[in-house]
Structure formats: structure tokens, C-alpha cells
Design a protein around this ligand. Structure first.
Ligand SMILES: C[S@@+](CC[C@H](N)C(=O)[O-])C[C@H]1O[C@@H](n2cnc3c(N)ncnc32)[C@H](O)[C@@H]1O
Length: 188
């Protein structure tokens, strides 16, 4: 990876929705063309409707990946009154879009990203690629990336001034662990 790349969330799901959507549209349009049946005509309408929904969802995920992610990140970070000396934690940093965005606001502070690098959650999801992004964005000296599970955080209380997390905590399937994490974050 020699270019800045923040990946696509759930890229396999996004790709499958676009491929299935396009295939179903094609199928839905072909059915009435080949069969002269009222029932099949209505079935083709349903197929086209499902296809359109899949295409809208898949395309929205794509647009979020290339544009929306950055707009959302900038909006979230603009809500913080940055001093420049903050210690920041980004939980489920992935390729570092929030960790690096925060690092750009810092002068003496540090932006720490943690993750367990689940490939199914984000395309090209590795710690190495996150560090590569930090280098390409010229904030390598302001970030630190750790291989750490959000459910087993090792930081001492009162370590962080800002805690960020985007599209990570919902991945923790066990409700108890999710709630424990949210409670623990109050202590940081
Ligand atoms: C959808 S990605 C979002 C990545 C990044 N926040 C962004 O907005 O681009 C979710 C990230 O959460 C990470 N993740 C999932 N469960 C985690 C856990 N228990 N602890 C730490 N990271 C986790 C995944 O590996 C993935 O990088």
C-alpha cells in the first residue's frame, strides 16, 4: 500500500450487495421479456424492488468509504475543543482514519489506536497499513498503534482526554462485554 487508503467497511458485504443487486435487476427485466405470465410479471417486480434496495445499500456503503467516512470524521473531530496536548484513544482504529485525523489536531499530544484487525470488518485491515497511512499523512511521530482487544483494555484510569470509536463497539457481540466496555471508558 503506497497510497493513503482507509479501506471499505464490511467490503465483502458491500461487494455482494452490488453484484447481487445488478444480477437481480437483469433477471427481473428478463423475466417479462421471455414469459407472458401475469404472476411472473409480479414476481419480476418484486425481484427488481429487492435489487434496487441492494444496489442502494451497496452503493451507499461505497460512497461512505470514499467520501462519507471523511465528512463524518471531520464533523466528529470538529466537536472537540482541541488544545493540542491531548492523549487520544481510538478504539477499533482499523486503518487509522480517526486516530490520524486526531493526530493532525495535536502538537505535543499523542493519538493511540487499538484494534484486533478483523479482516471482515475493513478491507486491507492491518496494523502495518495503519502505520503506512500515518507515515503518508505525516503524523507517524504522533501516533501509536497497539494490538489490543477493546474488551480487555490495559490502560490505567484517567489516561485519555479524548476517546473515539467509529463502527467498532457494535461488533462486540456479547452484550455484557459491550456494557462493561462502556462503563470502563467512563474511568478513562
Ligand atoms: C468497520 S471497522 C471501522 C474502522 C475505523 N474505525 C473506521 O471508521 O474506518 C471496525 C474495526 O473495529 C475492529 N474491532 C472489532 N472488534 C474489536 C475489538 N473487540 N477490539 C478492538 N477492535 C475491534 C475491527 O478489527 C475493525 O478494524
Amino acid at each position: 500500500m503506497n497510497k493513503i487508503n482507509y479501506g471499505f467497511d464490511a467490503s465483502a458485504i458491500m461487494r455482494n450487495m452490488i453484484i447481487f443487486g445488478a444480477t437481480l435487476i437483469f433477471l427481473g427485466l428478463l423475466i417479462p421479456y421471455f414469459f407472458d405470465s401475469t404472476v411472473l410479471k409480479y414476481i419480476s417486480y418484486v425481484i427488481i424492488l429487492v435489487a434496487v434496495v441492494l444496489l442502494i445499500l451497496g452503493t451507499s456503503m461505497y460512497v461512505y468509504g470514499i467520501k462519507g467516512k471523511f465528512k463524518m470524521r471531520d464533523f466528529v473531530l470538529s466537536k472537540i475543543d482541541w488544545k493540542g496536548n491531548e492523549n487520544v484513544l481510538d478504539i477499533g482504529t482499523g486503518l487509522g482514519v480517526y486516530m490520524i485525523g486526531a493526530a493532525k489536531k495535536l502538537t505535543t499530544g499523542k493519538s493511540i489506536g487499538i484494534d484486533i484487525w478483523r479482516a471482515e470488518d475493513l478491507s486491507n485491515n492491518t496494523m502495518e497499513n495503519a502505520y503506512k497511512n500515518a507515515e503518508l499523512e505525516n503524523v507517524r511521530n504522533k501516533v501509536e498503534i497497539l494490538n489490543e482487544d477493546a474488551c480487555k483494555l490495559s490502560f490505567a484510569n484517567n489516561t485519555f482526554d479524548v476517546i473515539l470509536s467509529m463502527y467498532c463497539i457494535h461488533n462486540i457481540e456479547d452484550k455484557k462485554s459491550r456494557n462493561e466496555l462502556v462503563m470502563k471508558l467512563q474511568e478513562y
